[in-house]
Design a protein around this ligand. Structure first.
Ligand SMILES: C=CC1=C(C)c2cc3[nH]c(cc4nc(cc5[nH]c(cc1n2)c(C)c5CCC(=O)O)C(CCC(=O)O)=C4C)c(C)c3C=C
Ligand SMILES: [Fe+2]
Ligand SMILES: [Fe+2]
Length: 355
């Protein structure tokens, strides 16, 4: 029986207070994040990380000094491996985090030691961004080479409007909406705020398809929910540049002015972590109260939701049988032409997609 290594990509998070600064250094010295010439990046990245450490430390203190992302990703990996048992091959799930352990080099060595016949790269980012999935693919490719791992590799770039993923998200949202509605007086309107991690606008102008894909996800989810008041907004701005808007703060102000309660749905995170458990659950909840938003509710992240794991299993099986080295959830490229940051766009003009 063929052996297939499924490598789950996520960002990673510090495992204790002392890891926060080196984690941030790894993040801010990534050329996909800090887009300045190499000779400045190392120095500037470490400087930004040092400046950011106190704020991040305060956030992680709320979570006991560490990120829960690794444990949640391990649970997803175990659930996916169980869901793939008995399929056409022997599947084993591995985790490669981008900025904290286990990172690509260690995982690539572990995968090589298992001696798979092929590898399948599976981002835990439904929408492709050059800063997340793109950066993880680059790190994995280099690490696999160093580990001498030279087996055929299939890369799933995105599943922004995959029916299984959209339905799993819609199901959680449907339940949360009904629960919130039941707690509100009939006269108070309820607005869904789809909140995605932000991105500097320049990255989108340079061709990053993330915003386009976030909008596709929201359209796919809303197609399953019907006519409900909703808006897209962006959270977690980190640098002084102009980031995608509207920000979640702007949407909370608009909700307060409209006297509408809000139901915040994290749309670009599939796991709970500091940006859901601290930013959304503590900081923006307090901000909403201060602004006079009548009520604030939040949809949980998918984590190991059975519908989500089933969607990932289907994506893995489709990718395995699809015969393409690089594929979207639907097989071929989905992003419109201007988004040159889409990995399909990086294929040389006129070249055939690798088989
Ligand atoms: C320029 C900075 C950043 C960009 C661009 C960015 C994009 C981006 N990030 C995620 C998902 C996650 N980010 C997480 C943490 C995190 N991200 C940044 C900066 C940028 N992210 C920082 C500085 C941090 C550390 C926390 C902090 O200081 O606020 C995490 C993990 C957090 C955890 O608790 O483990 C995730 C997940 C996406 C989806 C994205 C763009 C599409
Ligand atoms: Fe981030
Ligand atoms: Fe794409």
């Amino acid at each position: 029986m063929q052996r297939v290594a499924v490598v789950l990509f996520n960002l990673g998070g510090p495992d204790r207070a002392e890891s926060i600064r080196p984690f941030l250094e790894n993040l801010f010295t990534d050329p996909a994040i800090l887009r300045v010439p190499g000779f400045i990046r190392s120095w500037l990245g470490r400087f930004i990380a040092r400046r950011r450490t106190p704020t991040a430390t305060e956030n992680y203190a709320v979570l006991g000094g560490r990120s829960p992302l690794l444990e949640l990703t391990q649970a997803q990996a175990a659930a996916l491996q169980a869901a793939l048992a008995g399929a056409d091959a022997e599947y084993r799930c591995f985790i490669a985090m981008r900025y904290w352990h286990p990172m690509s080099d260690a995982t690539a060595r572990e995968v090589a030691a298992w001696a798979p016949d092929s590898v399948l790269l599976l981002p835990l980012y439904p929408q492709y961004s050059t800063t997340t999935t793109g950066s993880s693919i680059a790190a994995w490719t280099a690490a696999a080479q160093r580990a001498g791992l030279a087996v055929p590799t299939t890369t799933l770039c995105c599943y922004h409007s995959d029916p299984g993923f959209a339905e799993a998200t819609a199901a959680l949202l449907r339940t949360a909406h009904a629960e919130a509605r039941a707690k509100l007086p009939a006269a108070v309107p309820l607005r869904i705020l789809f909140s995605a991690h932000g991105l500097p606008e320049t990255f989108v102008r340079q061709g990053d398809p993330y915003q386009w894909q976030v909008e596709r996800t929201v359209a796919a989810v809303m197609a399953r929910l019907g006519e409900l008041d909703h808006a897209i907004c962006y959270q977690s701005r980190v640098t002084p540049q102009k980031w995608l808007g509207p920000s979640i703060e702007q949407e909370l102000k608009r909700a307060a002015a409209d006297k509408a309660a809000v139901l915040v749905c994290p749309i670009a995170f599939v796991s709970e972590h500091s940006e859901t458990l601290v930013e959304l659950d503590v900081e923006y909840r307090a901000e909403a109260e201060k602004l006079g938003v009548p009520a604030y509710f939040r949809v949980p992240a998918l984590n190991s939701d059975a519908g989500f794991i089933a969607a990932l299993r289907d994506l893995v099986l489709q990718a395995r049988s699809g015969g393409r080295a690089l594929r979207s959830f639907a097989g071929a490229r989905q992003c419109p032409k201007p988004f040159g940051g889409c990995p399909h766009g990086k294929l040389r003009a006129g070249a055939k997609e690798p088989a």
